[in-house]
Ligand binder design. Structure first.
Ligand code: GLT
Ligand code: MN
Ligand code: MN
Length: 386
């Protein structure tokens, strides 16, 4: 039971299971493992794919010889395990060169270096099979607005994405971009902090059809937002290209907890949305194990992400099939059809007809809505009491 199937498209980043447990106050608590070891661990828990930043795979200082050897070893691990690479991305945040941003740095040399590094990383990702390319602008922001123009930063970011979509087209790559918003951390304020901000920005690009979203549970939750609502908006816009699943306590630093570790109810409604709409992109766990875990426990963490998703998927199917839950939903959304003329497009005629309708405002305000009963059934479903 609860075994991953390829169609679930469960993936992990190399940086997730290989996370060594460093935090701003403490040194690593785990020894580094190689990309090959990480791929084998993912395969053991039933993952379908592995994603990486250029420098998760190839150290930034690697020689050409080292690079070729690493790629050959990695390809062999993919072959041996059957894992694929659905997504790749660029590390534009670790190196001190990017301390003031990459595409939005005030320094034109840093902006150009970011373009060069991303073109190289795109080539690497495509070589290994990636069809989605993520842009997480971790350093694209400020601590103080005294030194950088938000308008210039937005223009530079737009110019960079336009440049890179042209590069992809020029190479004939089958690759789409997925932008990943985050409100803060590591910068005090990161530009384009929400799904909605990114959706608006995408429409200003030269190739909006090539660019969508990679929303992450932790990032919206940090800001106290309802992540599922953001995902629904991205889906509705045809822009849910990828998703980063993890968990997070609101108002804290970016915790990247195991999927479902903090708020099972929110995780349930997210899984239900993804399954109900038929999202068929990668389900990427961008999470890492507690700092106190050894690698046995890291494996339990990775297996836990998958199991929780699959259990919640089963619960979502149960919700959809539960007669009592469905009867309450039918009552809540009941429609006698009398308002049908006003539900479509505006016309002067139906507007005139609408003006003539006499509404019983008191009855509207008194109608019962059994959300308490329904929500209790959801809680009992999740607690295994149904
Ligand atoms: C980093 C970040 C994630 C991003 C990754 C992609 S790297 O771990 O916290 O949210 O998805 O760059
Ligand atoms: Mn992420
Ligand atoms: Mn995160």
């Amino acid at each position: 039971m609860y075994t991953a199937k390829p169609e679930n498209k469960f993936t992990f980043g190399l940086w997730t299971v290989s996370n060594v447990g460093r935090d701003p106050f403490g040194e690593p608590t785990r020894k580094p493992i190689t990309p090959v070891e990480a791929v084998h661990m993912m395969a053991e828990v039933g993952a379908y794919g592995v994603n990486f930043h250029d420098n998760d795979l190839i150290p930034i200082n690697a020689t050409t010889g080292e690079r070729n050897r690493i790629i050959a070893d990695f390809k062999k691990a993919l072959n041996d395990t059957g894992l694929v690479v659905p997504m790749a991305t660029t590390n534009l945040f670790s190196d001190p060169a990017f301390r003031d941003g990459a595409f939005t740095s005030n320094d034109p040399k840093v902006r150009a270096y970011a373009l060069q590094k991303t073109m190289n990383a795109i080539d690497l990702g495509v070589e290994l099979g990636a069809k989605i390319y993520v842009f997480w602008g971790g350093r694209e922001g400020v601590e103080t607005d005294s030194g950088k123009s938000a308008l210039s930063a937005g223009k530079w970011f737009r110019d960079s994405l336009n440049y890179l979509t042209e590069y992809v087209l020029d190479q004939g790559y089958d690759l789409k971009f997925a932008l990943e918003p985050k409100p803060n951390e590591p910068r005090g304020d990161i530009y384009l902090p929400t799904v909605g901000a990114m959706l608006g920005f995408i429409e200003t690009l030269d190739h909006p059809e090539m660019v969508g979203l990679n929303p992450e549970v932790a990032h919206d939750t940090m800001a106290g937002l309802n992540f599922m609502h953001a995902v629904a908006q991205a889906w509705d816009a045809g822009k849910l290209f990828h998703i980063d699943l993890n968990d997070q306590s609101p108002g804290r630093y970016d915790q990247d907890f195991r999927f479902g570790a903090y708020n099972i109810k929110n995780a349930f409604f997210l899984v239900k949305l993804l399954e109900d709409v038929g999202y068929d992109g990668p389900r990427h766990f961008d999470a890492h194990a507690y700092r106190s875990s050894n690698y046995d426990d890291v494996k339990a963490f990775a297996a836990g992400c998958i199991r929780t998703y699959l259990i919640l998927k089963e619960k979502a199917a149960q919700f959809n099939a539960d007669p009592e839950i469905q009867a309450l939903l039918a009552e809540i959304t009941a429609d006698d059809g009398s308002m049908a003329p006003f539900q479509g497009k505006y016309s002067p005629e139906n507007a005139a007809a609408l003006r003539a309708v006499e509404f019983n405002r008191q009855a509207l305000g008194e109608r019962g809505q059994p959300y308490e009963r329904l929500d209790q059934l959801v809680v009992e479903l999740l607690l295994g009491a149904r």
